[in-house]
Ligand binder design. Structure first.
Ligand SMILES: C[S@@+](CC[C@H](N)C(=O)[O-])C[C@H]1O[C@@H](n2cnc3c(N)ncnc32)[C@H](O)[C@@H]1O
Length: 264
């Protein structure tokens, strides 16, 4: 699939700096680790909701380091590479050697302006909170235009109230970042575009060594932590160390929301 080079005007600088900084540790996070039970759990649900067929042309919009993209390609037995679209060149560089990926450096807003490209499945996994609400109507109408009839846009996102072992300020930051992208808001924009929308929430019981979790926070594994400077982050980690002093293993529930939007 040939793509025109596109600009990155919509990839805001804080997000861009964050992903450039974390790219090298990104694949070590519990949520990204290749070959894990968690990855298998997520892959099964993505396969189910995208209803992937071997001959599908699939896009992974905001693919990050491409680890999930490549695993999806293999698991679905796709015959065409997945077009992995990502605005951060540092993240994309890590996808270079992975099987089943054609890389394209672009933000989502620029990508959906392309009037020549066509596909039938598109995934946005953990990305939608980075798209400013004002850009959502154009994003969805662009994807709608590009999708074949019967095509599916699958958004995987997380709720605004979460139960991760975060320090209080991080939970508040999470809420700030996600409250403009609730399922209701996203579904409304998708339906206004013409999509038929349904969604489902799934839960995964996470068990993780406390030290690994604290190291992930120190590495700013999610953009939530990019809003804290080093001292603030260490102060938060100290609070968590005190709070969980009696345990080596943290247990909590991960919730993922799968929003299926079909072009009828
Ligand atoms: C939490 S990561 C998820 C990456 C990948 N989908 C995964 O499941 O591992 C969010 C990704 O969205 C990308 N991103 C941020 N703003 C974006 C935008 N405007 N358009 C497309 N992708 C964007 C970031 O660069 C980052 O790689």
């Amino acid at each position: 699939m040939k793509m025109k080079k596109q600009n990155h005007k919509d990839f805001n600088s804080q997000t861009s700096i964050h992903y450039a900084n974390v790219s090298t540790s990104y694949n070590e996070s519990f949520f990204t680790e290749d070959g894990s039970d968690y990855q298998r759990w997520q892959l099964d649900r993505v396969l189910h909701h995208l209803r992937l067929q071997p001959t599908d042309q699939a896009i992974d919009l905001g693919c990050g380091t491409g680890v999930f993209t490549s695993a999806l390609y293999t698991k679905a037995g796709l015959t065409k590479n997945i077009l992995a679209v990502e605005p951060s060149q540092s993240m994309l560089n890590l996808a270079q050697t992975l099987p089943g990926i054609a890389m394209h450096c672009s933000d989502a807003q620029s990508f959906v302006q392309d009037r020549t490209i066509r596909y039938n499945k598109i995934l946005m996994n953990g990305v939608i909170h980075h798209i400013p609400p004002a850009d959502l109507p154009e994003l969805y109408s662009g994807i709608y235009r590009q999708l074949h009839q019967g095509g599916i846009l699958l958004t995987v996102t997380r709720p605004e109230i979460v139960h991760y072992p975060f320090f209080q300020a991080a939970l508040e930051q999470w809420l700030k970042q996600t409250r403009a992208h609730t399922v209701d808001i996203l579904a409304k924009y998708m339906e206004e575009t013409g999509f038929s929308v349904s969604y489902q929430t799934y839960y995964y019981p996470v068990q993780i060594a406390k030290n690994k979790w604290l190291e992930m926070i120190r590495n700013r594994f999610w953009s939530t932590f990019s809003y804290f400077n080093d001292e603030e982050l260490e102060a938060g980690i100290t609070k968590l160390t005190t709070k969980y002093a009696q345990t080596d293993v943290l247990k909590f529930e991960e919730a993922l929301i799968f929003i299926e939007a079909v072009k009828n």
